[in-house]
Write a protein that binds this ligand. Structure first.
Ligand SMILES: C[S@@+](CC[C@H](N)C(=O)[O-])C[C@H]1O[C@@H](n2cnc3c(N)ncnc32)[C@H](O)[C@@H]1O
Length: 257
């Protein structure tokens, strides 16, 4: 099922919402833009500059946005379950024939049937799969392996926590949160404040109410270590998998089919 923008959103500053989403996400991940840059470097390295991409759990379409700016001949399908973030995505890319958005639950065993293509050069995702527990995530990796063509790639940029390094993890977390507190004092918006603003916009109030019915504040999930992701992706059918970038808190994991 693909969403379309209708009258309620006409006149809404979708690009403004897109930018405001990016600022809110950067409050949590100051290295977010660098993650996207390396992700697209590895898209170019492995599948070239005109890929067919699946932006998995796309939110407002931040990956699709960077993809199309850098590779104008790319095409992208964005899939997500959040009606408010999808409304911003649809509004931002309205009229761009390279982009399709699909509303689907990645935990639904049949979600791939909603996609406009049955094969992709690259499936890309960021800051999203920690909303799933390990078992449904392993099942999703099996579906992703079926969608990536031979020689194609899957990349996941997310929080990946190594349970073998608890003191390093605690120090990193405390340091990161101190930086977030300073940014907050400088006016940065957090998740709850951003959603309160969305609920107050007439174009987003309805879809925002719906997203709270679907998720509550935020879905619960797991943040397994990078090694778990690599192993699970190999078991799902990828030939190779390893991190291609890491910050103290996050990893960009690449799997090649
Ligand atoms: C923090 S946002 C990240 C969005 C985007 N990838 C980005 O980097 O800006 C997490 C996204 O995962 C999506 N998501 C979480 N669980 C999902 C599910 N079961 N099915 C579809 N989308 C899901 C949420 O709706 C949300 O858009």
């Amino acid at each position: 099922m693909s969403e379309t923008v209708t009258g309620a959103g006409t006149g809404t500053d979708w690009r403004g919402w897109q930018d405001s989403w990016d600022r809110q996400q950067e409050w949590y991940m100051p290295d977010r833009e660098e993650r996207f840059r390396v992700m697209l470097d590895m898209v170019e390295a492995c599948v070239g500059p005109a890929p067919r991409v699946l932006d998995l759990a796309c939110g407002t379409g931040s990956i699709t946005d960077r993809l199309l700016r850098r590779f104008p001949d790319a095409v992208s399908t964005g899939v997500d379950l959040d009606p408010a973030l999808l409304a911003i995505a649809e509004g931002t890319f309205a009229g761009d024939e390279r982009v399709t958005f699909v509303a689907a639950d990645l935990k639904d065993p049949h979600w791939v049937q909603s996609l406009p293509y049955d094969s992709y050069d690259a499936v890309l995702t960021a800051t999203a799969l920690h909303w799933l527990h390990a078992e449904p995530l392993a099942a999703l990796y099996g579906q992703v392996a079926g969608l990536v063509r031979d020689g194609g790639v899957f990349m996941n940029a997310d929080h990946m926590i190594d349970p073998a390094t608890p003191r390093i993890n605690a120090a990193e977390r405390a340091h990161r949160h101190a930086g977030m507190d300073r940014a907050k004092a400088g006016g940065a918006l957090d998740w709850a404040q951003w959603w309160a603003l969305a609920a107050a916009d007439p174009a987003l109030a309805g879809p925002t109410a719906k997203r709270y019915e679907i998720y509550g504040e935020h879905a619960d999930g797991d943040m397994p270590a990078a090694g778990w992701h690599a192993e699970t992706l190999r078991a799902a059918g990828f030939a190779e998998a390893r991190p291609v970038w890491a910050s103290p808190s996050d990893t960009l994991l690449l799997a090649l089919k």
